[in-house]
Design a protein around this ligand. Structure first.
Ligand SMILES: Nc1ncnc2c1ncn2[C@@H]1O[C@H](COP(=O)(O)OP(=O)(O)O)[C@@H](O)[C@H]1O
Ligand SMILES: O=C(O)C1=C[C@@H](OP(=O)(O)O)[C@@H](O)[C@H](O)C1
Ligand SMILES: [Mg+2]
Length: 177
C-alpha cells in the first residue's frame, strides 16, 4: 500500500514523544506531505486559552493543563477527515487517551533525556516541572516509556536524525502497510 492509499484509509496519524522530541516539527512535515490538517497541542491550546502550556501549568495547575491536553487529543482523534496530530507528551499517561489511540497510526519519537533537554530549550512555551531538565526527562521517560511502547506502531530514534529524515521514515512505514 502506498501512503496515498493509507491516507484514504483515513486513520489519524499521531506523533508522540517527550518534550523536545520533535513532535511539532515532524507532524508539520507529515501533514504537508499527506495533505492533511495539523492539530498541534501547544499552539492549539494557546489559541484557545490565551496562554502557553508553561503559563497554564503555573496559573491553572499541571492537572488542569493535562486535562486540556487529553481533551485536545481525543477531539482531534474524532475529527474527519483525520488530521495529523502532535499530541502533548502527558497524554500517554491518560488511560482514555491510550484507548482512543487504538485505531490511529501512532509514532513515538525517542531520544535520550540529555538530547531532549537541549532541544526543549528551543521554546519558552514548555513547562519546566523541575529546574534540572535532564533529571525531569529521565523520570518522565522511565514512567512513560512503557506506555509509549504500548501505543506505538512505529518508534523512531531521533537522537541523530533530522525532522525531515524522521518524517521520511514515517512515510515509508505508512507506504509499507
Ligand atoms: N531530529 C531532530 N534533530 C535535531 N533537532 C531537532 C530534531 N527534531 C526537532 N529538533 C529541534 O528541537 C526543538 C524541539 O522540536 P519540536 O518539534 O518543537 O519538539 P516537540 O514538539 O516534541 O516539543 C526545535 O528547535 C527543533 O527544531
Ligand atoms: O510532559 C508533560 O507533562 C508536558 C509536555 C508538554 O507538551 P508537549 O510535549 O506537547 O510540549 C506540555 O505542553 C505539557 O503541558 C506538559
Ligand atoms: Mg511541540
Amino acid at each position: 500500500m502506498t501512503w496515498e492509499e493509507a491516507v484514504e484509509h483515513d486513520r489519524p496519524v499521531v506523533v508522540t514523544g517527550l518534550m523536545g522530541a520533535g513532535k511539532s516539527s515532524v507532524a508539520r512535515i507529515l501533514a504537508a506531505e499527506l495533505g492533511r490538517e495539523l492539530r498541534d497541542s501547544d499552539p492549539d491550546l494557546s489559541a484557545r486559552y490565551g496562554a502557553t502550556a508553561a503559563e497554564m501549568a503555573e496559573r491553572d495547575g499541571a492537572d488542569e493543563l493535562h486535562r486540556r491536553e487529553a481533551e485536545h487529543l481525543r477531539d482531534a482523534l474524532a475529527e474527519r477527515p483525520s488530521p495529523v496530530i502532535a499530541a502533548a507528551a502527558s497524554t500517554v499517561e491518560d488511560p482514555d487517551c491510550r484507548a482512543a489511540l487504538g485505531p490511529a497510526v501512532v509514532v513515538w519519537l525517542d531520544a535520550p533525556p540529555e538530547v531532549l533537554a537541549e532541544r526543549m530549550l528551543s521554546g519558552g512555551h514548555r513547562p519546566h516541572f523541575e529546574p534540572d531538565l535532564g533529571a525531569m526527562l529521565t523520570k518522565q521517560r522511565a514512567r512513560r516509556g512503557p506506555l509509549f511502547t504500548e501505543v506505538a506502531d512505529l518508534t523512531v530514534d531521533v537522537s541523530s536524525t533530522r525532522p525531515e529524515e524522521a518524517a521520511a521514515e514515517v512515510l515509508a512505514f505508512l507506504g509499507g502497510r
